[in-house]
Write a protein that binds this ligand. Structure first.
Ligand SMILES: Cc1ncc(COP(=O)(O)O)c(C=O)c1O
Length: 498
């Protein structure tokens, strides 16, 4: 099968339509508005059209196609029951402009989700408005900015980030007008408290950090770090992209954080990738709650009107000193409801999810870094072998530096070759502090068999002829592309033949 445009301009047509019932109906369209040349659309029958889209879908890689160990992105299985739930008429057949009394069911789901997110993060108030983690970061940092300003501390103009931070952290702070102060991690990849102490001051607005870090390492001194930042008058911001590692075990509130964002599309499942669709709610401690973006959902005891039957009336509320709206309508409702369904499924057993995610990451890391393997010396893993706590959380990084030095094969070559074996490439060259980095996150939804096979294939690649690896991928529809060109000059349209 090739694409549908091969049918372009073909004789005949793929559709049939009855003649208009009123004679001359089309004559009522003014000639000025009528086409003189027919559009050059493909003329295809329904089966041809179906085949076109099915063929297109197979050219893409997704979690439904195969193992997707994309570190930091938490690509887990999306239970199909969630799709059934969002298609219920009370959810998918409503309009955001409908009055509150007609959408009590959805509002009660939103309210419950806000509460569940508050509990799992140890925060006092959540809003579901932002539609991506990065947007959540921006919105929460704006709340912190307004908080300082309301305390007469607008002079605080610096945000501290560790050098292992995800790029969106400094970018979000910079969009709020802050200057970024980057602090180096210690030799073991962990937060360096001396570097933090040297960086904080009267001008510190906040510190942004994720725990476990992007190396998959838990920061045991996070409470001390929060004390240092708070003593200087700054706020602690938790990047919740790595929540999969800690849910039900600990929470950012307990670690001393004032504000967090959640990546619902990662932690609580949701088809995502390629830019969406996502949901990045934010949660804050009470002192920041008045600044949250609006609206959020609130409730009051009310006579039972028969809609939810729980004795409450739910309504939209604008926080007193809200930074305003960050998103049209009410955020990404579909993503919120899917995540709510996933969270509800686990309930108090949420920690099982994290335990399995962490177990899978450590198991896979051990299979790849197996000391008995003859490839053991071809890879390094952070924390570097021999470092004290040689256990990771939900993801781990590998440095392909040793293999590069001996054979010339780079981390990118290995990532491309994995595509030939039917896997999505791990995250590549991030975090930047690990040379020739591959970052792997298996998630809790993969079986031991999948992990064993991946480790076996990974090590096989390291034994292959370097040239085969360096010229990979060989079996994909699209071979190795110039990635800079592809990113800068996206070609998203197919020009029709003349
Ligand atoms: C650690 C971390 N922080 C923030 C983000 C940004 O989240 P989003 O892609 O939803 O904007 C990501 C995304 O990969 C991430 O991994």
């Amino acid at each position: 099968m090739s694409d549908i445009f091969q049918f372009n301009g073909a004789e005949g047509s793929g559709w049939s339509q009855p003649e208009p019932m009123i004679d001359g109906a089309t004559d009522t369209i003014p000639s000025l508005l009528r086409r003189s040349i027919l559009p050059r659309w493909p003329r295809a029958s329904e089966p041809e059209l179906v085949r076109h889209y099915t063929w297109l879908s197979h050219r893409n890689f997704g979690i439904d196609t195969g193992f997707y160990p994309l570190g930091s992105c938490t690509m887990k299985h999306n239970p199909r029951i969630n799709e059934r739930i969002i298609q219920l008429p009370g959810i998918d057949r409503i309009h955001p402009l409908q009055p509150e009394h007609q959408i009590q069911g959805l509002l009660s789901i939103f309210y419950e989700m806000q509460e569940m997110l508050e509990i799992c993060a140890g925060m006092d108030q959540v809003t579901l408005q932002p539609v991506a983690g990065a947007q959540g970061e921006f919105a929460a940092i704006r709340c912190i900015q307004e908080y300082h300003s309301s305390n007469g501390e607008s002079h605080r103009d610096k945000v501290i980030v560790p050098d292992s931070a995800h790029g969106t952290n400094p970018a979000s702070a910079a969009m709020c007008g802050y200057e970024i102060v980057e602090i180096p991690s210690g030799e073991d990849g962990r937060l360096n408290l001396d570097a933090l102490s040297a960086a904080v001051g009267d001008d510190t607005a906040a510190m942004m950090i994720t725990n476990p870090s992007t190396l998959g390492i838990f920061e045991p001194e996070i409470v001390e770090a929060a004390e240092i930042v708070h003593a200087a008058g700054g706020q602690m911001y938790y990047d919740g992209a790595n929540f999969n590692a800690i849910l039900g075990k600990t929470d950012p509130g307990r670690m001393g954080f004032d504000a967090v964002h959640y990546n619902l599309h990662k932690t609580f499942s949701q088809p995502h990738g390629g830019g969406g669709p996502g949901s990045g709610p934010i949660g804050v401690k009470a002192h920041l709650a008045d600044f949250l973006p609006s609206p959020l959902v609130d409730r009051e005891a009310a006579e039972d009107d028969g809609s939810t039957g729980d004795g409450y009336r739910y309504f939209w509320r604008k926080p007193a000193k809200s930074i305003g709206k960050v998103q049209q309508w009410h955020g990404n409702a579909g993503a919120v409801v899917r995540a709510w369904a996933y969270y509800r499924r686990y309930g108090r057993e949420l920690e099982l999810m994290s335990e399995h995610a962490v177990l899978n990451a450590n198991y896979l890391r051990h299979q790849i870094m197996n000391p008995d393997s003859d490839k053991h010396d071809s890879i390094h893993s952070m924390p570097l072998d021999g470092a004290p706590a040689d256990v990771v959380k939900h993801e781990f990084t590998l440095s392909m530096m040793p293999v590069k030095e001996t054979t010339g094969v780079t981390g990118k070559d290995v990532a491309k070759r994995l595509l030939d074996y039917g896997y999505m490439s791990p995250t590549l060259y991030f975090p930047m502090i690990v040379p020739e980095c591959l970052m792997i996150e298996p998630t809790e939804t993969e079986s031991r068999e999948v992990l064993d096979k991946f480790a076996e294939d990974f090590l096989t690649i390291l034994s292959e002829d370097p040239e085969v690896v360096q010229t990979a991928p060989h079996n994909t529809d699209v071979r190795r592309v110039d990635e800079v060109l592809a990113a800068r000059s996206l070609v998203l349209r197919k020009e029709l033949d003349e």
